[in-house]
Design a protein around this ligand. Structure first.
Ligand SMILES: [Zn+2]
Length: 316
């Protein structure tokens, strides 16, 4: 009962604060009662934290154009993070900006620190390349950990622990919500498993070195290049791909986004079909994390193992 009364009181305070005009320099009337602020460094972490926190906190994903892995926080986003009670990080080298942004260390939550021995080293094809946000490279270890739902579940667990430390009075609710989230991640894991089992040992291509944990979890027979969906790969990259295809006759290339039509056509001439497999690193236009992953599963099932793909199929 007292929880209900507290909630009512907070609601009334919040309502009162909304109608109140505060003189400049005054602390807003509800500042002592504001909900804790949690900021996440990519969309999956934001989604997990929102699901777990419920009403315990305000969870925010800063505005980021493009891939959060290439994010360079500006002054507004740095202030936002400095005012946050928790900053949820992916870890595994995902946040190079920590090198020049000063944040209170006690507020940082490295969600993958607990399984660092499972990090996958990057292979050499990962280093280099232009992109919409300028040149970038992948060095050290692979960071797209959340594409392995079992690792995503470990990250969600670390997030729950941090949120429950922040709002201990709601720890029971956080744990219940974590259990529900983990169950959904387990279902996703099964769906991925069934889908990739159908692909079996077939060679596949990855357009960008971000699928390592997926490849490892489901024993995919993959080779990665380092292309951008919005850019033509160019002659040299196409020649290099032809060379790869001699020993790795893939018929499927997974992309973070739908590639340029000209690229799809060029690939089709080599017998390779392009298929988006979104990482959900940034906020999706429609739906949530699981919706994006369900679309990934559905489009793979439709395209992975049929007989419609064949070499030398020229478009009309
Ligand atoms: Zn890259």
């Amino acid at each position: 009962m007292s929880r209900i009364r507290n909630t009512l009181l907070l609601t009334l305070l919040a309502l009162a604060a909304c109608g109140e005009t505060t003189a400049p320099g005054d602390r807003p009337a509800d500042s002592e009662h504001r909900r804790p602020l949690i900021v996440a460094s990519n969309y999956p972490l934001y989604f997990f934290a929102s699901e777990i926190a419920g009403d315990s906190a305000d969870v925010k994903l800063p505005e980021m154009a493009g891939d959060p892995a290439n994010w360079k926080p500006g002054s507004a986003e740095i202030s936002l993070m400095q005012s946050a009670d928790l900053i949820i990080l992916n870890g595994a080298g995902y946040e190079p900006w920590l090198g020049w942004v000063t944040l209170p260390e006690s507020h940082l939550v490295d969600s993958s620190a607990g399984f660092s021995e499972e990090f996958l080293p990057l292979r050499e094809e990962a280093v280099h390349q232009h992109g919409p946000q300028g040149e970038h490279s992948h060095q050290g270890v692979a960071f797209t950990t959340w594409l392995d739902p079992s690792l995503a579940a470990k990250q969600a667990m670390a997030i729950e622990q941090a949120i429950s430390r922040l709002v201990p009075e709601n720890a029971g609710q956080h744990r219940d919500r974590l259990a529900a989230l983990s169950a959904r991640l387990e279902t996703l894991d099964q769906a991925f498993r069934e889908t990739f089992d159908r692909l079996g040992d077939q060679p596949v291509l990855f357009s960008h070195p971000v699928y390592q944990y997926l490849e490892s979890r489901y024993s995919l027979n993959g080779v990665s290049v380092h292309w951008e969906p919005g850019e033509a790969p160019g002659t040299r990259a196409m020649l290099a791909l032809s060379e790869i295809l001699r020993s790795h006759p893939a018929r499927l290339m997974l992309w973070e986004e739908e590639p340029l039509e000209t690229t799809s056509v060029e690939l089709r001439k080599l017998g390779v079909q392009s298929l988006p497999f979104h990482t959900a690193a940034n906020r999706p236009d429609d739906g949530d994390f699981f919706d994006v992953m369900e679309v990934n599963v559905a489009s793979l099932l439709l395209n992975c193992c049929g007989t419609t793909i064949g070499p030398q199929q020229e478009p009309e």
